[in-house]
Design a protein around this ligand. Sequence first.
Ligand SMILES: [Zn+2]
Ligand SMILES: [Zn+2]
Length: 106
Amino acid sequence: MKSRQLLILIGTAVVLGAVWLMLGGASLFTTPKTEKLLMCGNADCANEFKAQLPVKFQDYPAKCPKCSQRSAFVLTRCWRCSAPYPLDLKHPLEKCPKCGCELPKY
Ligand SMILES: [Zn+2]
Ligand SMILES: [Zn+2]
């Protein structure tokens, strides 16, 4: 009788595990993602969009869903006029594209 109870226990555990995986438990093993506000650096596009990126994502530029080019950076706002601009850490803008004020260096 003991071994039968054990089998039932194992069977239940397997079923529960499968249900847990189906309900999204598997996401624990994938990279955590976060929503970021990005802006396309393409002057003709300048699309602002939200993207789910891995928390430690550093592989910029990201792909823009509008012009489908890899030209999107984190959207940052000018400290003075709050105009949005894409923050390209490798080639940061020195001046705000709108008001022309000096932008902080990152
Ligand atoms: Zn774009
Ligand atoms: Zn500005």
